[in-house]
Design a protein around this ligand. Structure first.
Ligand SMILES: [Cu+2]
Length: 178
C-alpha cells in the first residue's frame, strides 16, 4: 500500500513537474525512509491535481485519536480517505477503522452496538444501512483507502473508529457537507 502511494505520488509529481521530471528523479531515488514518509504526505495535493479526487490522509494510533477530526466537502464531491494505523499495539487490542455514518445517526449508539460485532470487523449488522463507507479494521502499520462521493445533502456526517471504546476516548470526527 505504501509503495502504491509512493508510486502514485511519484507519477502525480512527474505529471505535475512535466519536463523537469529528470531533476526530481535522481534526488528521489536515494531518499531515506524519512523522506519517503514526507513524499507520501505530499500525495494529497499531487493526487488531487492529477486525478480530480481529493485525498485526505488520516492517521490513527495508540493514543486512540484521529489526527483529522473535521472534513469539509462539497455535495457529491469525490473524496479518497486513506486511513493509516501508525500505532504499535496488536490489531486484536488496538485495531482502528474509519466509519462514515449517515447524518443524524447516533454515533455513540453505533459504537456501542459495534462493541459486540467483532465477527463483522466491528460493523454492527443492525446499523449496516446507516454506514456510508468504511475501511476494514487495520493493525499496526497497515493502511487502507476508500473512495466515495460525499452525500449530496448538506449536513454533518459523523465518522468514528468503531473498535470497542475508541469512540468514547474520542476517536471520532465530522464530515461537513456544505
Ligand atoms: Cu481506533
Amino acid at each position: 500500500m505504501k509503495i502504491h502511494l509512493l508510486v502514485s505520488s511519484f507519477v502525480a509529481a512527474s505529471l505535475f513537474v512535466g519536463c523537469s521530471k529528470q531533476e526530481s528523479a535522481p534526488s528521489a531515488a536515494p531518499a531515506p525512509a524519512s523522506s519517503a514518509v514526507a513524499a507520501s504526505t505530499s500525495t494529497p495535493a499531487a493526487a488531487q491535481a492529477a486525478a480530480g479526487v481529493r485525498v485526505i490522509t488520516i492517521h490513527g494510533g495508540d493514543t486512540m485519536k484521529f489526527d483529522v477530526t473535521s472534513i469539509e466537502a462539497k455535495p457529491g464531491e469525490e473524496i479518497k480517505v486513506v486511513l493509516k494505523n501508525v500505532g504499535t499495539q496488536p490489531k486484536e487490542i488496538m485495531g482502528h477503522n474509519w466509519v462514515l455514518l449517515k447524518a443524524g445517526v447516533d454515533a455513540q449508539a453505533f459504537s456501542m452496538a459495534a462493541t459486540s460485532a467483532k465477527a463483522t470487523d466491528y460493523i454492527p449488522e443492525s446499523f449496516k444501512d446507516q454506514v456510508i463507507v468504511h475501511t476494514k479494521l487495520l493493525g499496526p502499520n497497515e493502511s487502507e483507502e476508500v473512495t466515495f462521493k460525499a452525500p449530496s445533502a448538506p449536513g454533518d456526517y459523523p465518522f468514528v473508529c468503531s473498535f470497542p471504546a475508541h469512540f468514547l476516548v474520542g476517536m471520532k470526527g465530522v464530515l461537513t457537507v456544505k
